[in-house]
Design a protein around this ligand. Sequence first.
Ligand SMILES: Cc1ncc(C[n+]2csc(CCO)c2C)c(N)n1
Length: 245
Amino acid sequence: MLDVTPAATPRARAPLPPAAAPARPLGSWSERLWAVLAPVDAAVLAHPFLTGVADGTLAPAVFTGYLVQDAHYLAGYARALALLGSRAEALADTAVLARHAAGTVEGELVLHAELLAAVGVDATALPAGPSPTTHAYTAHLLAAAALGAVADGVAAVLPCFWLYARAGAALAAAGSPEPRYQRWVDSYAGEAFAAVVEEVLALVDRLGTGLTAAQRAHAEAAALTSARYEWMFFDAALRQERWPV
Ligand SMILES: Cc1ncc(C[n+]2csc(CCO)c2C)c(N)n1
C-alpha cells in the first residue's frame, strides 16, 4: 500500500495570525500613537522568539536567559514608573503610575521567580548583569522619565504595556504546547491585564489633550524608541547577546 505519511520534518514556524488594530477613541492621542507603533507591533508579532513560544520550539535556555534579563529590565522599569508617578501633575495619575510601579515588582517579578524556579534557576543568584540591549532600554526609560516632559516618560513606558497585551492576545489565540511558555502567555492575555492597559491608555489620552503638536511629536519619538527596544529585547534574548568585551 502506498505510504502517504509525510516525512518527519521540523514543524514550520507559523507566523502568528495578523491582529486587528486596537480600538481607540477617534482623534485621541493613543490613536495617533498606535499609527506610530503599529509597524513595530507587526515586527514584534513576527519575531522568531514569539513564534518559537507559540509552537514550543523556543530553546529553554533562551527563555531562561530572557527571564534573567527581564528581571534586570523590570527593576529599571519599576523605578521609571515610580519616578514618573512623582512627577505627574494630577494626583490621579500619580496613583496609576505608582500602582503599576508596585505591580511591576509584585506581579512581574513574582511571575519571573516562579518561572525561573520551574526551570531550576535560583532567581536570587542571577548570573548575568544587564546585556547591552537591557542596559540601553532601561537607560532610555529612566532618561525619559527623569529628564523628559512627563508626557515623554509616559509615552516611553507605554509600549511595554501595549505591545505585551498585543503579544499576549495573539499568543493566547495560538496557544503554546510548552506549559511554562503558556503560563507566561496567560499573564499577558487575560481580562485583568487588558484592564491595566486600558487604564494606562486613558492616562495617555488625558495627557495628550494638553500637548502642542511639537510636544506630542517629541513624546511619540520616545514611544517609538521603546517599541524598537521591545523588538530588540526579544532579539537579544534569542541571540543570547553578551557584551563583546
Ligand atoms: C522587556 C519587557 N517588556 C515588557 C514587559 C511587560 N511588562 C513589564 S512591567 C509591566 C507592567 C506591570 O505589569 C509589563 C506589562 C516585560 N516583562 N518585559
